[in-house]
Design a protein around this ligand. Structure first.
Ligand code: UD1
Ligand code: CA
Length: 447
């Protein structure tokens, strides 16, 4: 990995994403399909940002407005060029140039549907530019090169990229392939674009023809190699699933190496933004939706589903916990079997252990919520808040009808339906009184 500290590697990113993605068979633009809850193209932008690229132009086609709106809403900053006619990868990059969006800096071309590219590979390509190369191809050794542009080499340097349709039988045997990602040194790109023609079997302007033009102009062309997996593009839902699996694998490994225990890593699904501190323990079969943070020493037990949740240090959730957005589980608290928590703070050391629903609520530190307790937060029109105090005790099978407050240290008898505030230290019992009728048990076959 290049040394980050020593280099102001700045470049402009051009992300090609005008493809129609028909093979996805989707109403949504291809690059908005998600891996780990983040659109494909946002992964690419994250990598560009991680590599220190200074600015970005997106080349978008049909459905471009949707892509633009989605990414802007996520806070990305970029220029957009609309390519209404898809005349090839060279044409796509030329549109950016014609729009005046190529600044005085090197240019890194990326693909919006190849989300696994790492900042380290992008930096590797830019480093070559710093070392005096004019044009860098990001290449890979293909298990099956069919369909890819082949790198034609002479004396260890690429002299051309031959597209499948143009390649001779001999060239088709080459397995060193073009990923579609390329870096152009300062001032190199635009003169090369001007030389492109569409005089080929697809009638397209191939960006890959810049290689032979660069050689003819006496420029230095070189390549770097990344893994085939890192450069994988998504064309179908099957590709999407493969890329998802690869992303999950990579991220789980990073987290394990950072100190997270995963008993069965292949059964844990992460979100792109899942934060797990060292010494978190994950049991098997856990799904992380977006926005989850788990602090050190916490345990997430099997079959839990979490999103928008903050789990503080040494808390234990699950097995079978469902934590929804706004759940905030305090230090050492427990949320156990078949419990659902939504938009609620569960205080430090509090216990919500069995079959409960806690929504729009605040549960004080060390409170105990008995089995089957429900906060009745919704009256059919609005949501209301429940406040349960420090050290309060809620007996099993109680309904707490919001808006209502059970104050610190108050005690609610089992089976209560609480509709009025319970003052500090009081015992509340709100259920039908039991009546025993002497000898009146009906005769049954069992008696
Ligand atoms: C391209 C490369 C090939 C490489 C392969 C890797 C060219 C000529 N060929 O081939 O060497 O091995 O990618 O997958 O560059 N796009 C546009 N506008 C266009 C055309 C394409 O934005 O007019 C975008 C597509 O959305 C896609 C990318 O560019 O993300 C690549 O285009 P695609 O048509 O898939 O190129 P390939 O023929 O696969
Ligand atoms: Ca392709």
């Amino acid at each position: 990995m290049p040394d980050l500290s020593s280099q102001p590697l700045s470049a402009h990113a051009v992300v090609l994403a005008a493809g129609e993605g028909t093979r996805m068979r989707s109403h949504a633009p291809k690059v908005l399909h998600e891996v780990a809850h983040l659109p494909l193209i946002a992964h690419v932008l994250n990598a560009a940002c991680g590599a220190g690229l200074a600015s970005t132009s997106l080349v978008l086609g049909a459905g471009g407005a949707e892509v633009e709106v989605d990414l802007a809403a996520r806070g990305y900053v970029f220029g957009v060029v609309e390519q209404s006619e898809r005349l090839g990868t060279g044409h796509a990059v030329e549109m950016v140039s014609k729009a005046g969006q190529i600044p005085e800096s090197p240019v890194m071309v990326l693909l919006g549907d190849a989300p696994l590219i790492t900042p380290s590979s992008i930096r590797g390509a830019l480093q070559k530019l710093e070392d005096g190369v004019d044009l860098v191809i990001v290449a890979f050794n293909a298990a099956d090169p069919t369909g890819y542009g082949r790198l034609v080499m002479e004396d260890g340097a690429p002299v051309a990229i031959m597209e499948e349709k143009e390649a001779t039988e001999e060239q088709k045997a080459i397995t060193l392939c073009n990923s579609g990602l390329m870096a152009f040194g300062l001032g190199v790109l635009e003169p090369l674009l001007a030389k492109l023609s569409n005089d080929n079997s697809k009638g397209e302007y191939y960006l890959t023809d810049t290689i032979s033009h660069a050689r003819n102009a006496g420029l230095r062309v070189d390549y770097i190699i990344a893994s085939e997996q890192e450069l994988a593009g998504v064309n179908t839902r099957a590709d999407l699933a493969e890329v998802e699996a690869a992303f999950q694998d990579r991220r789980r490994r990073e987290l394990m190496l950072s100190g997270v225990t995963m008993q069965a890593p292949e059964t844990v699904m992460l979100s792109h933004d899942t934060v797990l501190e060292p010494d978190v323990v994950l049991e098997p079969n856990i799904v992380f939706g977006p926005g989850v943070r788990v602090e050190t020493g916490a345990v997430v037990r099997a079959f839990s589903h979490l999103e928008g949740t903050y789990i503080h240090a040494h808390a234990v959730v699950g097995p079978f916990a469902r934590l929804r957005p706004g759940a905030d589980i305090g230090v050492g608290a427990k949320v156990g079997n078949f419990c659902e928590v939504k938009k609620a703070v569960v205080g430090a050391g509090a216990k919500v252990n069995h079959l409960s629903y806690i929504g729009d609520a605040s549960v004080g530190a060390r409170a105990n919520i008995g089995a089957g307790t429900i906060t009745c937060n919704y009256d059919g029109a609005s949501k209301h808040h429940t406040e349960i105090g420090v050290g309060a005790f809620i007996g099993s099978n109680s309904s707490i009808v919001a808006p209502v407050t059970v104050e610190d240290g108050a005690y609610v008898g089992s089976g209560s339906v609480i509709t009025k505030d319970v003052p500090e230290g009081d015992l509340a019992i709100a259920r039908g009184r039991q009546v025993n009728l002497a000898g009146r048990a009906p005769k049954t076959s069992k008696t």
